[in-house]
Write a protein that binds this ligand. Structure first.
Ligand SMILES: Nc1nc2c(ncn2[C@@H]2O[C@H](COP(=O)(O)OP(=O)(O)OP(=O)(O)O)[C@@H](O)[C@H]2O)c(=O)[nH]1
Ligand SMILES: [Mg+2]
Length: 196
């Protein structure tokens, strides 16, 4: 069973990307569960995903990196035991501390229950501004990923894309970095690269 953790700041395109991954998985008849964490009491993204016929579990009303860490374990345990998906797509809230999320799930990897892919989505339209005001959060999200997706390639300028690529490379020289527009349907080759 594979866990894809799709992190990234608020509005970077996590849900958009997850929906496209889930659609491609459905085409290939791969059983997928989506797990969404939102700090608010109402899960807007999950409602939309459900309307698309996707299988969504939600953890609402707090962050899975701190107050709701136990809920993340319980939900994963239940999914693994009862639903048995091939892929779990996890969307932590945009403010989540990814290092804590990684710590929480690392036990599953150690016990060989889950193979984990850590993906961070970067929004090139806002990266420079966020590096100025939210450096620790953005830096930690980039450093904690093994695959970094620079999203919104359709809307970003050449300079914004270049800034994003350079910033990511400086912060995490070994990461795999790809550019894409998550709102377009997912390249099948990218899906192949996601699934270990
Ligand atoms: N131009 C463009 N817009 C995009 C792309 N991907 C996502 N968006 C837009 O960015 C906004 C945020 O996308 P979401 O997928 O909701 O982002 P998110 O990271 O899940 O947001 P939160 O859950 O609120 O943190 C939406 O208006 C999307 O339509 C893209 O590739 N290009
Ligand atoms: Mg979302």
């Amino acid at each position: 069973m594979q866990l894809l953790i799709v992190s990234g700041f608020l509005g970077s395109g996590k849900s958009t990307f997850i929906i496209e991954v889930a659609k491609e998985a459905a085409k290939r008849e791969i059983k997928t569960a989506i797990l969404v964490n939102e700090i608010g009491e109402i899960g807007i993204d999950d409602q939309f995903m459900r309307q698309l016929g996707l299988n969504v579990w939600e953890i609402l009303g707090g962050c899975i990196c701190c107050t709701l860490a136990a809920d993340l374990n319980t939900t994963l345990d239940n999914l693994i035991r009862d639903y048995k998906p091939d892929i779990v797509l996890l969307e932590p809230s945009g403010a989540a501390d990814l290092r804590s999320v990684n710590q929480i799930v690392s036990g599953y990897e150690e016990r060989s229950v889950l193979r984990i892919r850590r993906i961070t989505i970067v929004d090139p339209l806002r990266l420079q501004m966020m590096m100025e005001v939210l450096t620790p959060l953005v830096t930690s999200q980039i450093k904690s990923a093994d695959l970094i997706l620079i999203n919104k390639a359709d809307a970003a300028s050449t300079e914004e894309m270049a800034y994003a690529r350079q910033t990511v490379r400086d912060l995490h020289p070994n990461a795999e970095v790809l550019s894409l527009s998550a709102k377009d349907s997912l390249e099948p080759a990218l899906f192949d690269g996601l699934v270990l």
